[in-house]
Design a protein around this ligand. Structure first.
Ligand SMILES: O=C(O)C(=O)C[C@]1(C(=O)O)C=C[C@@H](O)C=C1
Length: 294
């Protein structure tokens, strides 16, 4: 008797043919993937136990962090990052075949805010004045325009979305900078390191750090020195508003080390001694997808 392969259930920011879908299938294959319309819906699918994992975008090389993902993570007490996959991204302008000869008369261009921003210069020079409409994902934009072929609208998305929704690629590679990569993370209630045969770029630990309530001079400097004298390499530090008042922030810190390392344990203890609240999202492998998602 052949053993049945375990196929984990995975929610991703959909619909079908989003960049997140491609990233999720890169890690998990096509089986077991279920689309969710928004990033909070993906995160809730995991926290409510409907799926084992959720794949969501975390950061883009041109546009920075995806605020929804960061803020939901900050407020979750139970989620861990179990893997990261970073992929190069190519954006195209998609239209219904009936609109190919009406590119000069577009009423709107739709996409995810990050995708619109990645093509900002292109849109400014070629489609100045055309209203830009934000959607929950690039694939949501492609799907929506495909359902209204009579409208003079375009979407920004990838090649798979064009194929999936029967759209025509009117303009290819419209992202403003060649180095357009997005980091996607795999979230789970279980603290684990997902292993994959893909190329691992590094092992990372992500922390979210809240400073002590009493504002002291040099606090950020002290936090950084916790890592620097231990020779712990940070690959990212970013501040986000705590949403409790102007000037109140928390910090997202990525460290290229396992949290099991004695130096990391020491760092966590020292952060605690400084009065900081440091929450670890776990240690995970950061994978790189060599192929362009286009
Ligand atoms: O997955 C998608 O298609 C999305 O619309 C999300 C998202 C993002 O949030 O960064 C993913 C990759 C691209 O950078 C643009 C948009």
């Amino acid at each position: 008797m052949t053993e049945k392969k375990y196929v984990p259930s995975v929610a991703y920011l959909g619909p079908e043919a989003s960049f997140t879908h491609i990233a999720a299938s890169d890690l998990f294959g096509m089986e077991g993937l279920t689309p969710r319309p928004t990033i909070p819906d993906c995160i809730e699918a995991v926290t409510e136990g409907h799926v084992a994992y959720a794949v969501v975008p975390l950061e883009n090389a041109l546009e920075g962090s995806v605020p929804l993902t960061i803020d939901y993570l900050f407020n979750s007490e139970e989620l861990f990052i179990t893997a990261e996959i970073s992929t190069p991204i190519e954006q195209h302008m998609l239209v219904n075949k009936s609109q190919v000869n009406h590119l000069g008369e577009l009423d709107s261009i739709q996409s995810h805010p990050h995708a619109l921003a990645q093509c900002h210069k292109f849109l400014q020079y070629r489609y100045r004045g055309v209203p830009l409409i934000q959607t929950t994902s690039t694939a949501a934009a492609a799907k929506s325009i495909s359902e209204q072929p009579e409208l003079r609208v375009a979407a920004i998305g990838n090649r798979l979305a064009a194929e999936t929704y029967g759209l025509h690629i009117a303009e290819e590679n419209i992202h403003d900078f060649h180095f357009n990569h997005t980091r996607f993370v795999v979230l789970s209630l279980r603290k684990e390191k997902l292993e994959h045969s893909k190329h691992v770029s590094t092992m990372k630990t992500t922390l979210m750090v809240k400073l002590p309530e009493d504002d002291r001079p040099g606090m950020l400097h002290q936090i950084l020195s916790v890592f620097s004298w231990r020779r712990l390499n940070l690959s990212k530090i970013e501040s986000r508003p705590l949403k409790t008042g102007l000037g109140h922030y928390f910090f997202i810190i990525d460290i290229n080390e396992s949290e099991e390392h004695p130096m990391m344990k020491g760092a966590m203890e020292e952060l605690d001694a400084l009065g900081c609240t440091a929450r670890s999202f776990g240690t995970y492998y950061a994978y790189e997808s060599g192929e362009f998602i286009s």
